[in-house]
Design a protein around this ligand. Structure first.
Ligand code: NDP
Length: 257
């Protein structure tokens, strides 16, 4: 099943141990693509995803990565290069999903510089420089998907610092697409609405009042689940969507229309 040929496509998924990254990693594997996924602290969860992908007949490897620490990105790229050579006899991978991250919930008046810097480091600086370090390892003709948020389009009190970074990611996506087009690399950004994951302490999933509020503001009448997102991301790595480039694709069930 795990044949290693030149045709094998490989995706790197950051934050693949839980939530949307996990769901996307499985959806990507279901499209016949092998996966290198990363985790920050939950190695056990990452190993479970690796086993689930293996059960689908694809090869997967989990590596530790803190996307808030750009000083570690050169070492990470070296690790990926080594894994590509040892596991796939390849020098390149094909697809990059910049997904990993956490949020901060604080009003503008209360947000600390430390919270703001954390958001910059994870969502903006991390995506910028991780992609930069991995560029030599991405095959020409590959694809990149960044993850934004519905909160970059509509405003909810308490998400200013987080959403400002996601807005930055949407601009960065267009610049990546412009510069990397010469290598045949398409770059898009997926903006999920509120999805039931561990994100934000699992508030959207576990706080019944918040859950009902989000559902009431969503045209399709419910809160999103990870299965609503992984397939959208995985589709962007398939030939069907090869001409889609530099686009913001919101997957929110129609929030705040
Ligand atoms: P989860 O909390 O469920 O999962 C977060 C994932 O990111 C985990 O794999 C975690 O690793 C990893 N991670 C967290 N911080 C870091 C870090 N500093 N460095 C490396 N990895 C890290 O969150 P979601 O799956 O919900 O969120 C994924 C992405 O989707 C984020 O970018 C988020 O902003 C975005 N998003 C989420 C929405 C939602 O409603 N859930 C809505 C819109 C966007 P580990 O398991 O090891 O801790």
């Amino acid at each position: 099943m795990n044949t290693t040929t030149q045709e094998t496509r490989i995706a790197v998924v950051t934050g693949g141990s839980r939530g949307l990254g996990r769901n996307a990693a499985l959806a990507i594997a279901n499209k016949g693509i092998d996966v290198i996924l990363t985790y920050r602290s939950r190695k056990d969860e990452a190993d479970t995803v690796v086993a689930e992908i293996a059960a689908l007949g694809r090869r997967a490897v989990a590596l530790p990565l803190d996307v808030s620490r750009s000083a570690g990105f050169t070492d990470f790229a070296v690790q990926v290069k080594g894994i590509l050579a040892s596991q796939w006899q390849r020098e390149h991978f094909d697809y990059l999903l910049n997904n990993a991250g956490t949020g901060v919930h604080a009003g503008i008046a209360e947000t600390t510089e430390a919270q703001f810097d954390e958001m910059v480091n994870i969502h903006l600086k991390g995506v910028f420089f991780l992609t930069q370090k991995l560029l030599p390892l991405i095959a020409d003709g590959g694809r990149i998907v960044n993850v934004s948020s519905g909160l970059a389009r509509f405003a909810l009190p308490g998400y200013a610092a987080y959403a400002a970074m996601k807005g930055g990611i949407e601009v960065l996506t267009r610049y990546m697409a412009k510069e990397l087009g010469a290598r045949g690399i398409a770059v898009n950004v997926v903006a999920p609405g509120a999805i039931e994951t561990d994100f934000g302490g699992g508030a959207v999933r576990d706080n019944a009042q918040l859950n009902a509020f989000v559902a009431s503001q969503t045209a399709l009448g419910r809160v999103g689940v990870p299965d609503d997102i992984g397939g959208v991301i995985a589709s962007l790595f398939t030939p069907d969507l090869r001409w889609v480039n530099a686009q913001r694709i919101e997957a929110s069930g129609g929030m705040f229309l």
